[in-house]
Each structure stands twice: as structure tokens, then as C-alpha cells.
Design a protein around this ligand. Structure first.
Ligand code: HEM
Length: 549
């Protein structure tokens, strides 16, 4: 109905509408002296609008503000016309902030994300907002919520059931089985074929393998277009997250509505045909992982959720988004970066060979040992260091001391892993001449060489938690991190050992991160990466040991 607003005049009106009252408020506030010292403003603020331009229109500028911020202090202010966020840098401030949920609360931010990104509203959202008991087993001290109404705690507990060892084992086993099946059955033969983009290629394989493993095969069977719609929705998540009105970008809202509809369809099918909870296996092909059924049982018990199929479907969409968005892009970057260096690719392939055997007609990878390979782990860690940027936002539940300042109640603080990941001072290599600036990918950055065994490096984990934080830190640290690592390493292992893959891009035409996703997780590539691919060996001919790799 409406076209997306891209006209400068309309944007200007919108901004003035937002900015003038707040500028007036700031002027009045400035007449009264402040008693507390505030942190200095982050670089790049302009009069009246502060950092609004960077936050809304210029993610590249925002990225440089975060990258430069550690030089200016541990705590800085990101100024907006009507509010401000405090940026928190350096492990000494970040770790306590993210590990003290009774002061730094994630729930209001999660509620805002669910409202803006997946469109949750009404009584379902109220159940989230009214629960101030936190997500630990023990409710927060100032909460008087009845244990049965601790929706946020219970929903998180049911969802994170997928991290229980036997549930995780079922997930990775299904994922691995799906990926092996794709390798066996895809129509890539021994002649070169030339798909137009490595990212789309990897994305499509992994999306199906992962989604079928988590939700069972019926979600995509009932709604095959979800394979496309999810990425249209994903592309516009940064727009949706800002809570701007629908008429500015109707296509974003339409893609989201189609994704939610796909979950409605699946839920109606699964609820009719799924197993009862007293006989719940770890995985079944109707509901997928047990956690999806457990979540649904909670929805059925909770006021505001019980009869709201739209809310349940929207919440399931949030799970799919968390499951696929970041990890799949990261798997693509892992493969791309390794393909871009012959030396790195050869060494990484040798490592894969060391844990591979052929059994009958198919390749067997010892996945447990795959996850321990030092170079592969280093490439995985470097991929996440370079390509993940997540803004972790918290709201203070009470006043507190932070980096020498008093942070008042109700203040939003933001931690972005990118500030640490791009802080040159933290990432100097041990060997002085061998410099690898933080802006460049260096697959061996996380290897440690000992004097006794200089040719057998290990994966360096010392002090890692103080500077490498793609999955966050503390209570809300990502529960999908183990699956992500499994996915990234296995994808590389299976693709590199079964296929010859060559990039066909012209020299210098290297994909860079698409900064429109800055702050929202793993950034995608900013351009297509054409390539060619052929099967290494004819199907059904893997007879002997891994010598053919
Ligand atoms: C490269 C891959 C991934 C990255 C970089 C990533 C990053 C993160 C980060 C930084 C957080 C914490 C946010 C905060 O503290 O504000 C988080 C939370 C979360 N992630 Fe991931 N994630 C990835 C993959 C996954 C996967 C595969 C899943 C599987 C479902 C997942 C599910 C979740 C969930 C459910 C939470 C919320 C945890 C809670 O409420 O306590 N993530 N993720």
C-alpha cells in the first residue's frame, strides 16, 4: 500500500518531531546544576541529535564509535535527543555488569525486542512485563510474583532444555545426519558447477539441516517458502528492532507476518498429531526437540498465552531466528576465509583428515575429536571475533557504582563485544614482527606455540573470556554456543572433504561485513561471492581409508 520512506524530507520531519521536545527538555534541565559527575560523551556526538544519526542511519559510524570507545574510557555516554545509553568497556567493568542481573536487568530489553522484532503484544506481552522475578531458580529479592507466574524464568527454562546433554546430543546427531544426507543426495557431480553466491549456497543447506533438526521436518514441509521468508525478515530485523512505524517499510512487516503464519500452521499440525508429554522422547518428527513441546505446555498454562496462537507462533519464530541467523552466517565466513588462503585451507583440511575415516561408501568424521582440533578452533574463534557484533543492553533496577560513576536507576547500559574484539591493545601477537591488525582476519590468531613443541600448537584459551565475548557473558550467555561450534566445524569438514570449491571472484573483490546488521549479531557479507564446486569422488566409491581426502 505505502512505499518505504526514503525521502529526506519525511525523515527530516520525523527527526524534528522527535528532537524538538527533547532539546527543549535538555535546555530546561541544563538550568539546574547536576550533583553527580557523568561519564564523557563517546566520540562523534553532534549538537542536539547526539549520536542519533549513528544509531538510526549510519551503522558504519556506530561501529567506529564502539571500536574507538575503549581509548576514551571504561564508561562513556551515547547521547540521544531524549535519552542516553552508557557504553561499558573493558573486562573489569563488563564482567560484573553482565554478571549482576539484580542490578543490570535484561528482561525489559528482551520484552522490547519481542514486541518490536516479532510483534508480540497484548496479554502475552503483559505476562512478560509483569514478571519481575528474574530468570534464576531463586526469584530476585524485590519480587513478589507467585512461582507459577514466573513466566520469564519458566519460558527460558523450557527453551533451554535443548542444552541438556541428551537433548544437545539429539540435536547435533539430527543436524549431522541431515548434512551428511545433503552431501550424499545433492545434485553436484564430478563436473564443475558455478552457483552465483557462496553465502546463499551455505545458507540454504544449513537452514534446512538446522531447522529440520530442531523443529522436525514438518515446519518446512508445510511452509516451504519459509526458507526464503525467514531471510527477508532477518534482513529487516535492524529496522524492526527500532520500533519505527510499519508504513516506513511495509515489506518488513509482510515478511514477518508470513513467517508467523508458517508457525501457526505448524503448531496446529503438531498439536493435533504430536505425542503426549508423558511419553515425550528427546526428538520426534512432529515436534522436533522436546523443548518445543515443553514450551507449548507452558503456553497452555499461562494466562495471556493460552488462547493466543499468534503470540505462541511469534515466540516460536524468535526461537528459529536465534537458532539460524548468527550461526549460519558465521559458518559461511569460516568457509570463505579459509578458502581465501591456500595455506590456511591446506592446513585446516589436513586437520580434518586426521579425524576422518571412510566407512563403506561414506565418509565418517569423528565429531567429538573434530571439535578439539586446534587450527579449526582458532579459525572458529577468529571468525566470531571479526564478524560478530552484538549490542548487549541492560536497564538498571537500582542505582549502582560503575567505573567511578553512579549509574542511576532506570538507565540503559550497552556492552558491545566489537569494542573488545577491535581493541588493538588486546590482540597483539606474541611475535613482534608478525603483526596482524585486528581489522584483518588471521586464522592462527588463537594458536599458542610452546618452546618444547613448536610444531604442535594448541588452541589458546588463556584470558580468552576477558576479551573474546561473541556469545556474551554471565547469566544470559548464549545457550546455543556449543551447537554453533559444532555446526561451523562440521560444515567446513564435510564441504571441504567431499567437494573441490574455488572462489571465482576477481582479485580484490573480497566480501566485507554488511554493516546494516552492526550490533545485531553476525554480520552478513556485503556482496555475492561467486564460486565453482564439484564432487571430489564419484558417489559410492569411498572404499579405503581417508587417503582419498
Ligand atoms: C554465531 C552464533 C551465535 C552468536 C554470536 C550468539 C550470540 C548471543 C549473545 C551475545 C547472547 C546474549 C545476549 C545478551 O546478553 O544480551 C545470546 C543469547 C541467546 N542465544 Fe545466541 N548466539 C549464537 C547462536 C545461537 C544459537 C545457535 C542458538 C540456538 C537456539 C541461540 C540462542 C540464544 C538464546 C535463546 C539466547 C537468550 C539467552 C537468555 O535468555 O538467557 N544462539 N546469543
Amino acid at each position: 500500500m505505502f512505499g518505504s520512506i526514503t525521502y529526506p524530507r519525511q525523515w527530516t520531519l520525523l527527526i524534528l518531531h522527535l528532537a524538538i521536545p527533547s532539546a527543549l527538555f535538555r535546555f530546561l534541565a541544563s538550568l539546574f546544576p547536576k550533583s553527580e559527575k557523568s561519564p564523557i560523551a563517546a566520540p562523534g556526538a553532534v549538537p542536539i541529535f547526539g549520536h542519533l544519526d549513528a544509531l538510526i542511519f549510519s551503522p558504519t559510524k556506530l561501529a567506529s564509535i564502539f571500536a574507538a570507545s575503549p581509548k576514551h574510557g571504561n564508561v562513556l555516554r551515547l547521547k540521544l535527543p531524549f535519552t542516553e545509553l552508557w557504553i561499558v568497556n573493558q573486562a573489569s567493568q563488563i564482567l560484573p555488569t553482565l554478571s549482576t542481573p539484580k542490578i543490570y536487568d535484561f528482561e525489559p530489553m528482551k520484552s522490547m525486542a519481542l514486541r518490536n522484532i516479532v510483534g508480540l503484544s497484548g496479554a502475552a506481552l503483559t505476562a512478560i512485563d509483569e514478571d519481575n522475578s528474574g530468570v534464576s531458580t531463586k526469584p530476585l529479592p524485590d519480587s513478589n510474583i507467585h512461582p507459577d507466574n514466573r513466566f520469564n524464568y519458566l519460558e527460558r527454562k523450557m527453551t533451554q532444555d535443548f542444552t541438556r546433554p541428551s537433548s544437545h546430543a539429539a540435536l547435533v546427531q539430527k543436524f549431522s545426519q541431515n548434512l551428511h544426507q545433503w552431501v550424499e543426495e545433492c545434485n553436484i557431480g564430478e563436473e564443475w558447477v558455478t552457483p552465483p553466491d557462496l553465502h546463499i549456497f551455505v545458507r540454504d543447506i544449513l537452514f534446512k539441516a538446522t531447522t529440520d533438526a530442531f523443529f522436525g521436518p514438518h515446519l518446512l514441509r508445510l511452509s516451504p517458502d519459509l526458507v526464503e521468508d525467514i531471510w527477508k525478515f532477518d534482513q529487516d530485523v535492524p529496522f524492526l528492532a527500532k520500533g519505527l512505524p510499519a508504513f516506513l517499510k511495509p515489506k518488513a512487516y509482510r515478511a514477518r507476518a508470513r513467517c508467523i503464519e508458517a508457525f501457526r500452521k505448524w503448531r496446529s499440525f503438531a498439536l493435533k498429531n504430536g505425542p503426549q508429554s508423558d511419553t515425550l522422547p528427546e526428538w520426534n518428527d512432529i515436534f522436533g526437540l522436546k523443548c518445543m513441546k515443553l514450551r507449548n505446555e507452558l503456553f497452555e498454562k499461562t494466562r495471556g498465552w493460552k488462547y493466543d496462537e499468534g503470540a505462541c507462533a511469534a515466540s516460536d519464530l524468535a526461537v528459529l531466528f536465534g537458532l539460524t541467523s548468527n550461526a549460519i552466517r558465521a559458518s559461511f565466513w569460516f568457509l570463505l576465509e579459509t578458502l581465501q588462503s591456500n595455506e590456511l585451507f591446506d592446513d585446516a583440511s589436513k586437520e580434518v583428515t586426521s579425524v576422518a575415516t571412510s566407512s563403506g561408501s561414506s565418509l565418517h568424521i569423528d565429531e567429538r575429536n573434530l571439535l578439539r582440533l586446534p587450527l579449526l578452533q582458532s579459525i572458529y574463534a577468529e571468525t566470531l571475533r571479526k564478524y560478530v557484533s552484538v549490542m548487549m543492553v541492560r536497564k538498571t533496577r537500582q542505582a549502582s557504582r560503575l567505573g567511578g560513576y553512579t549509574v542511576p536507576i532506570g538507565k540503559k547500559v550497552v556492552i558491545c563485544n566489537y569494542s573488545e574484539h577491535m581493541n588493538e591493545a588486546l590482540w597483539q601477537p606474541e611475535t613482534g614482527n608478525d603483526l596482524h591488525p585486528v581489522g584483518q582476519f588471521w586464522g592462527r590468531r588463537f594458536l599458542s606455540y610452546s618452546k618444547d613443541a613448536p610444531n604442535t600448537p594448541t588452541f589458546a584459551t588463556e584470558n580468552l573470556g576477558r576479551k573474546w565475548m561473541p556469545f556474551g557473558v554471565g547469566e544470559r550467555m548464549c545457550p546455543g554456543r556449543h551447537f554453533t561450534k559444532h555446526q561451523m566445524l562440521l560444515t567446513f569438514a564435510l564441504l571441504s572433504s567431499n567437494f573441490d570449491i574455488e572462489l571465482t571472484v576477481s582479485t580484490g573483490n573480497k566480501a566485507e561485513p554488511d554493516m546494516t546488521h552492526f550490533g545485531y549479531g553476525t554480520m552478513g557479507p556485503d556482496r555475492p561471492m561467486p564460486f565453482r564446486i564439484r564432487r571430489k569422488f564419484a558417489r559410492q566409491t569411498h572404499k579405503d581409508s581417508a587417503a582419498w581426502l
